[in-house]
Design a protein around this ligand. Structure first.
Ligand code: ZN
Length: 107
C-alpha cells in the first residue's frame, strides 16, 4: 500500500493514547450541600459543605464515591483523560471511515 498520511496520523493518535491509560469512567461532580444535622453550620444554608464525587455506573448501578480533596484533583484529571480518549477514538474512526469510503470508490 502506498504512503497513506491519514493512516500514519491514526498510528500517531493511537500511540498517544498510552498517556491516558489511567482514565476513569463516569463524571466528576462538585457540589455544595447541607448535611442534614440541625446544629451544623450548614443548617441555615449559608455555609454549605463542599464535596467532590466520582459518579459512575458500577456493576449496573449508579454509584457515587466521595473524594477527599487530595483525591479529587487526581480523579478530575483521570475523568478528563477518558474524554480525551473518546475524542481521539472518534477522530481515528472518522479518518478510517473516510479512508474506507475512498477505497470503496476506487474499486
Ligand atoms: Zn453540615
Amino acid at each position: 500500500m502506498a504512503n497513506d498520511p491519514e493512516l500514519d496520523l491514526c498510528g500517531r493518535l493511537i500511540r498517544r493514547l498510552g498517556s491516558l491509560r489511567e482514565m476513569l469512567p463516569g463524571s466528576f461532580v462538585e457540589r455544595d450541600r447541607k448535611c442534614g444535622k440541625p446544629n451544623c453550620r450548614c443548617a441555615d444554608g449559608k455555609q454549605l459543605h463542599h464535596e467532590c464525587l466520582l459518579s459512575v455506573v458500577w456493576e449496573g448501578k449508579p454509584r457515587s464515591f466521595h473524594l477527599s480533596a487530595e483525591l479529587a484533583e487526581q480523579v478530575r484529571a483521570k475523568v478528563e483523560m477518558r474524554k480525551r480518549f473518546e475524542e481521539s477514538a472518534g477522530k481515528i474512526a472518522s479518518l478510517n471511515l473516510r479512508r474506507f469510503l475512498r477505497q470503496k470508490e476506487e474499486k
